[in-house]
Design a protein around this ligand. Structure first.
Ligand code: F6R
Length: 243
């Protein structure tokens, strides 16, 4: 079942998403959050940091699993998702860094890193709430359009459209890594709740296909239609008309 909140703009979308995550942390102080990077959740993290600073949230017992990481980037690289998470959330709240998990894109043995990530997530019992962004091509995590839905954590070759979309954050497109390590659909579906955020006109096509199109690995986010508890928070530009 997918519940949709259609908010006026990015700020309202971010407030709504942060409220949903904050409620989870308040109700269950040792909850497990699945986290995403990219531009979309930055406002959500800003709101969570503000709530923490206002004394409304305590991250001391919160555990986290991030969706993905570029292959070949070490955590100190400012383009890595490890760095992003510290920059936007972890450094600003009282989270215990030992309780945070981000796939190891710099591992010498990437297959072993994938297996270890799956094992850690399964041992934890999956996440309580998984935050997702949405790729313009309908990807979630870095599960790109494909012939079948990938299951566990795996290595992907990024599509040209994803490399181009992400190049805005690099000095030159040639610096964008071409591979990533990402949770698969199995990992995402371990979540008790899923929260997807999307804003802006560039996401409108993917949002429409995710919500109303057929479930197909060609639009990886469409499989969310089969999860029992999904909340999608969009701005008006990402969902110009409700069906
Ligand atoms: C990031 C991730 C990706 C992004 C997606 C949208 O951890 O898993 O699926 O959520 O590429 O990125 P933005 O928000 O930058 O448009």
């Amino acid at each position: 079942m997918i519940k949709v909140y259609r908010e006026k703009d990015y700020a309202a979308m971010s407030r709504r998403a942060a409220d949903i995550i904050a409620a989870e942390i308040i109700l269950r102080p040792d909850c497990i959050l699945g986290l995403a990077t990219g531009s979309t959740p930055i406002g959500t993290y800003e709101n969570l940091v503000e709530k923490y600073q206002a004394g409304e949230l305590d991250f001391a017992k919160v555990r986290t699993f991030n969706l993905d990481e570029y292959v070949g980037l070490t955590p100190d690289n400012d383009q890595s998702y490890h760095y992003f998470m510290k920059d936007h959330l972890f450094s600003h709240v009282n989270i215990d860094m030992d309780n945070t998990h981000v796939p190891d894109g710099a591992a010498a043995d990437l297959d072993a890193a994938c297996k270890a990530y799956d094992a850690a997530m399964i041992a934890a019992g999956g996440t309580d709430i998984q935050l997702l962004g949405l790729g313009q091509n309908g990807h979630v995590g870095f599960n790109e359009p494909a012939d079948a839905f990938p299951t566990g954590t795996h290595i992907v070759e990024l599509t040209q459209s994803t490399i181009e979309a992400n190049s805005r954050l690099f000095d030159d497109i040639s610096e964008v890594p071409t591979r990533a390590i990402t949770m698969g659909i199995m990992n995402i579906f371990l979540a008790k709740k899923i929260l997807l955020v999307a804003n802006g006109p560039k996401k409108a096509d993917a949002v429409k296909k995710m919500l109303y199109g057929p479930v197909t690995p060609d639009v990886p986010a469409s499989i969310l239609q089969l999860h029992p508890d999904v909340t999608v928070v969009v701005d008006e530009e990402a969902l110009p008309e409700m069906k």
